[in-house]
Write a protein that binds this ligand. Structure first.
Ligand SMILES: C[S@@+](CC[C@H](N)C(=O)[O-])C[C@H]1O[C@@H](n2cnc3c(N)ncnc32)[C@H](O)[C@@H]1O
Length: 238
């Protein structure tokens, strides 16, 4: 997968994209990431990328010309153009899964008050990483890149498989334990030491349901709704 990031702060990406699984995916050429400095597409003496909003109001807005030029410098018919914005679709594992099948992602990171609305015409999907406001789009872009890249086949090793983790089944993940079996008076549940795989699977399913019900009941509601729409007349959770 090719990934182009358009940002005013390309330096913010060094570090997060140079470590661990993302770095390994880059070394193995599963992904190629290019960082594009938006200012390189501003052509006046001051390399201006922003201006005051028409109609008044506080702050500055990213101008359309440098953004159009930056996107058009890398866009191909295979590209999916994403804009990081609090006014976007709420990001989720389902969106990450969909994006992991793309050939080429172009991520536009905003700054200041936001982005001239005409840039929307370049964009396939607007993404919000949550109901809060950050100073610029670099962190949201890194969140998207990290969550998408780990889903590309072959990026995670066998022992890092994403199939059983939170959200992949519509539930939060069950609690995990490792050695020692007893620590400061806290014992690992007996079932996990039993070697009975059917019992372990049952326990994990029950714990995942219990945890989801306590922390994220909205996920269960969504899961039930999905089931109802796929299996008319049933309200089973699985
Ligand atoms: C200060 S924010 C602009 C907020 C904008 N005035 C608004 O009210 O929606 C600057 C940039 O940070 C990024 N950003 C901030 N919060 C975000 C979020 N929750 N999800 C995605 N991008 C975000 C966007 O790229 C945005 O253009």
């Amino acid at each position: 997968m090719n990934i182009d990031v358009i940002s005013l702060f390309p330096e913010m990406f060094t570090g997060p994209l140079d470590q661990s699984i993302i770095q390994r995916a880059r070394n193995d050429q599963k992904i190629r990431i290019r960082l594009i400095n938006l200012r390189d597409h501003a052509h006046d003496r001051h390399r201006t990328v922003d201006d005051r909003p028409f109609g008044g109001g506080p702050g500055m807005v990213l101008k359309p010309e440098p953004l159009f030029e930056a996107v058009e410098s890398v866009r191909t018919p295979e590209s999916t153009v994403l804009m990081m914005t609090p006014s976007g679709e709420r990001y989720s594992q389902a969106v990450a899964e969909e994006l992991s099948e793309a050939e080429h992602l172009i991520l536009i990171c905003g700054h200041y008050e936001g982005i001239d609305a005409r840039v929307d015409t370049l964009v396939d999907k607007k993404i919000s990483i949550g109901d809060f406001v950050l100073t610029n789009g670099a962190l949201p872009a890194m969140v998207v890149i990290d969550s998408v890249v780990r889903l590309i086949p072959g990026v995670l090793g066998d022992c890092e498989s994403p199939t059983e983790e939170s959200f992949s089944s519509g539930l939060l993940e069950y609690p995990q334990f490792t050695r020692p079996a007893s620590f400061r008076g806290m014992d690992v549940p007996d079932v996990l030491l039993s070697g009975n795989h059917a019992e372990i699977a049952r326990w994990r399913k029950m714990m995942a349901l219990e945890r989801t019900r306590a922390i994220r009941p909205d996920l269960l509601e969504r899961k039930t709704e999905t089931h109802i729409s796929h299996e008319p007349g049933t309200t089973r959770e699985n």
